[in-house]
Design a protein around this ligand. Sequence first.
Ligand code: GLA
Length: 390
Amino acid sequence: MSEMKEKLLARFGEVFGDAEGAKVYFAPGRVNLIGEHTDYNGGHVFPCALTIGTYGVARKREDDKLQFISMNFEELGVIESSLKEFVPGGDKNWTAYPKGVMWAFEQKGMKMPAGLDLLLFGNIPNGSGLSSSASVEVLTGFILRDLFGFDVTNQDLALIGQFSENRYNLVNCGIMDQFAIAMGKKDHAIFLDTATLQYEYAPIHLDGAKIVISCSNKKRGLGDSKYNERRSECETALAELQKVVNVKSLGELDEAAFEKYKGAIGDEIRRKRAKHAVYENQRTIKAVAALKAGKLEEFGQLMNASHVSLRDDYEVTGKELDTLAEEAWKVPGVIGARMTGAGFGGCSVSIVKEEAVENFIRSVGEAYEKKIGYAADFYVVDIGDGPAVL
Ligand code: GLA
């Protein structure tokens, strides 16, 4: 038995009396390589699952009680609830995520026949933008399927996770995070068309380069960010465009079509938001083609351009993420660097030649601390599989 599994079962036993019949699960976090703020605009994304994520130990109960404990929030102790206590928007702590998924299953006609004891432990840095919440959502769905035999695919787990985030946790997120996690594949990124949910696995051969995550340590949560505001700016821009062109989403436009019709958008800010959504989608398509053709340099350039667009047109970066990306661009051996995830804090993702990683971490780390006043954290990550029973 792995050391991690042993540690988790031991803690479960301490908290819930014994670990008899308890099973151990894992769901990854994710990082998006390119295609940001395109998933709710009918565009493409290119994320991958990580080998870091959320571990869960779960056991069915005889009654309808729910007992939760997180090893990341030990100070909260055991949090008790029940299958009768699902209140959308009403939970004040992390249990809102697993409860949201249980509620979502019930909404979809899959009511849990019994309660659960559930212990969680995550090794994704909290609030880092590597989707710790989507990881918990997919993990919970995976556990419910395994314990109660619900007839759902991994893709369904992604959709149920998103539904719970939208309707129980009241964040209007797209499908990218839950999809990347539920459908993750080792050493592959997922080229997903969010308009149709058609997807393709693309092997990530980086010629020895590494994926480095730089964590700004500026905490963010989607709820308190301007995420929903950006989303509605795009919806308004789309409605304006639809008066002059027949499209269902911004993702249906290419650059030329956007330039032709953009005058229909009545406000400069909304024009910039829509421009980002359109151009970022096209960049993502080009980036995947470049990667497939072995043109890693071009892929990196498109990552850099993505950051500039998120900084200048979509305005979701902020000085922390700008410092991380701009300092990364200066370091020899950096193929590309950009913010990743929703923005406003969280992380950047950089592709760095192996021999340059040490210098990257030192140079970017020093410049960041000098400018921002506190340190960033760096993680060299690997691309892993989707959820699993351990
Ligand atoms: C968050 C959301 C995703 C996506 C990204 C931005 O991670 O959960 O659906 O919109 O932001 O690309």
